[in-house]
Design a protein around this ligand. Structure first.
Ligand SMILES: *[C@@H]1O[C@H](CO)[C@@H](O)[C@H](O)[C@H]1NC(C)=O
Ligand SMILES: *[C@@H]1O[C@H](CO)[C@@H](O)[C@H](O)[C@H]1NC(C)=O
Ligand SMILES: *[C@@H]1O[C@H](CO)[C@@H](O)[C@H](O)[C@H]1NC(C)=O
Ligand SMILES: *[C@@H]1O[C@H](CO)[C@@H](O)[C@H](O)[C@H]1NC(C)=O
Length: 583
């Protein structure tokens, strides 16, 4: 039907005009509705946020239609599935334990000048007594006052602050504990562990406003890192997006949830191929979706990992321990500290120095070392096979990619076997054959174990972008497998590597900020607290060291970490190597 505007309408009786209007409205509604439908394929961010806030329960239910007359939207699936009832109790406790202080809201018109500015903030060494003297075993307290870009005191907490006490001459360093008073002031507490000068260093890692943005990103864009799988059969091949959580009706997904651990993993279903034809897993990419103004909260040299100046002196002199005074180390409980660049553990472990391959091979003779995890664990494989001078542990060429492994190395003469297996998705590595995707918990179930077996696990940096539940589920699965292993083979040595801070650019921050790592590190430590495992506290070993933070800590730090591992493996190795001399 064609209508000629004015003339046509004049010929229309009112009744027809109303019918026409009604039809037009219907078409308009229909268009609106279909627009909504195509959106269905993509993440509905606000909806997802609601779901996550609803304590991450499975939401299979359809969304309540806004207009009752509209048909309900198709059932959609978010795979951030609830943990089992048995785990959810622990989940609540873990989430309480990492609850971050409330941070300021960041409205779209926020003013950077109102946010935390390290250059206008200060720290002050608090006098311990009238004489201002400190002794080994004392605690040093430092008051940190956070101000904004105008120098006005901040009234709320939640800034991410690191503190370190060090002496560059004797290469000594220890991490300080930072307490947030939630009113814009913080106290850093240090254990005093060496004699002589000690310099305080306080760093603003992120202003509290940046934490607000990082928190929001994980709620609204947990798929900002996405993954790809190639599906292939004969000459047909398709590439599909994969993730822990994909929003689509069930029938549009391939469900690769691991049958043993229940670890969820999904890909969009290929158009021509079936789900069994998935042949690879790889990191797909990163979708950044930050407002330009929000980016200002993540500026290197301005407000991201920037030193806070001292208001007065920033160093003290530590005198020898006073006779009869009880030590206060217990109050801050650092995992250890550096002296002469050598890590001294404070948990009772005597850290030995395995400086030659002879010392290493005598320690590992007849042993199997299984390394499981991410690239920070792969560094330890590389240390054993490539870094130690003239290592006799030779990598066997399995033709596997340099980044992903799996790797195997042998010292045939000394009967030493070392393996590396990377963890399963969401691993952000290059292409891994789907057949090589392994969950650590399942791998552990294949280990016989015993006094000649060392199992080393490090899983942390690929979990930052997801709700913390995803990480907690993974660790609880690994812990169950560790407990099974230790039950059937109690002599097995299990070592867990913690997270570490890294160099932060904007991209690195949005995908793996130290704030994400810090929360996950605390979760990891809490989960393995009651299990008979040894921790390598990579967090403190990195913060306490003078070398810059790096996702892959530099060789001197790796060497110290390996010496901790070998000291746990061979605690009585003192007969052929010298223990570090105490002081
Ligand atoms: C922020 O503060 C500086 C110095 O106090 C001032 O020059 C600048 O105009 C302020 N910017 C805004 C957006 O208020
Ligand atoms: C902040 O809280 C701490 C601890 O409660 C208190 O000692 C300090 O005086 C408070 N500072 C301000 C500026 O209110
Ligand atoms: C995926 O499979 C697992 C186990 O087979 C099942 O529990 C889960 O409900 C499935 N999820 C979807 C969205 O199909
Ligand atoms: C702090 O360091 C400065 C410069 O290195 C030095 O002159 C001063 O004596 C030190 N103060 C203390 C209390 O150690």
């Amino acid at each position: 039907m064609t209508m000629g505007g004015q003339t046509c309408r004049n010929n229309f009786p009112l009744k027809h005009a109303l019918v026409f209007l009604f039809l037009a409205l219907c078409v308009f509604c229909f268009i609106l509705y279909t627009v909504d439908m195509t959106d269905e394929e993509t993440f509905k961010l606000t909806e997802l946020k609601k779901k996550i806030l609803n304590t991450v329960t499975i939401i299979h239910s359809s969304v309540t239609p806004i207009h009752p007359t509209k048909p309900p939207k198709p059932t959609s699936v978010c795979s951030f599935q609830a943990l089992s009832p048995e785990d959810s109790l622990e989940l609540d406790m873990l989430k309480d334990s990492i609850a971050w202080p409330e941070t300021p809201s960041v409205p779209s018109n926020f003013v950077l000048n109102d946010t935390s500015d390290p250059a206008h903030s200060t720290f002050t060494i608090l006098p311990r007594n009238r004489e201002k003297t400190w002794h080994i075993g004392d605690q040093l307290e430092v008051l940190i006052k956070m101000n904004d870009f105008h120098g006005r005191p901040k009234k709320s907490g939640g800034d991410v602050v690191f503190a370190r006490l060090h002496n560059p001459t004797v290469h000594a360093g220890v991490m300080g504990k930072v307490l947030d008073h939630r009113n814009g002031s913080y106290t850093a507490v240090f254990s005093l562990l060496w004699e002589g000068s000690a310099q305080v260093e306080v760093t603003l890692v992120h202003p509290s406003e940046a934490v607000t943005v990082l928190e929001k990103l994980n709620l609204e864009q947990p798929d900002r890192i996405y993954f790809k799988s190639i599906f292939r059969s004969g000459s047909v091949s398709e590439m599909m997006t994969c993730n822990v959580c994909l929003k689509a009706p069930k029938e549009k997904l391939c469900n690769y949830t691991d049958p043993y651990t229940g670890e969820p993993w999904f890909c969009y279903k290929p158009k021509k191929l079936n789900c069994d034809s998935r042949i690879t897993h790889a990191k797909g990419g990163f979708k950044q979706n930050l407002k330009p103004m929000e980016e200002k909260l993540f500026q290197s040299g301005v407000n991201m990992k920037v030193s806070i100046p001292a208001s007065g002196p920033s160093n003290i002199t530590i005198s020898p321990k006073l006779k009869g005074e009880s030590s206060q180390i217990v109050n801050t409980r650092p995992a250890g500290y550096y002296y002469q660049g050598v890590w001294q553990a404070l948990d009772g472990t005597r850290v030995l120095q395995f400086n030659t391959y002879t010392a290493v091979s005598q320690c590992l003779k007849g042993k199997v070392v299984h390394l499981y995890g991410d690239s920070t664990i792969r560094q330890w494989f590389e240390y054993l096979t490539e870094t130690i001078p003239v290592s006799g542990i030779k990598k066997f060429d399995l033709k596997s990619p340099k980044q992903t492994g799996p790797f195997l190395a042998l010292d045939y003469a000394n009967n030493i076997l070392v393996t590396f297996q990377c963890h399963a998705p969401p691993i952000r590595f290059g292409t891994i054959p789907a057949s090589q995707v392994r969950y650590i918990a399942n791998e552990l179930d294949t280990v016989v174990g015993g006094t000649n077996t060392v199992v080393v696990i490090g899983v942390w940096s690929h979990f930052s972008t997801f709700p913390v539940e995803v990480y907690i589920r993974r660790l609880l699965n690994i812990r169950r497998a560790v407990v099974r292993l230790l039950t059937r083979a109690p002599g097995t040595l299990v070592i867990i590597r913690t997270a570490n801070p890294k160099a932060l650019t904007l991209y690195e921050t949005l995908t793996n900020s130290d704030w994400y790592s810090l929360l996950r590190d605390n979760v990891l430590k809490a989960i393995f607290k009651e299990v008979n495992v040894q921790l390598v506290d990579a967090w403190e070993m990195t913060v306490a060291h003078h070398l810059p933070h790096n996702l892959h800590p530099q060789p001197p730090i790796i060497k110290n970490m390996m010496n901790v591992i070998l000291s746990h493996t061979c605690p009585t190795a003192g007969s052929f190597i010298q223990a570090t001399v105490g002081h």
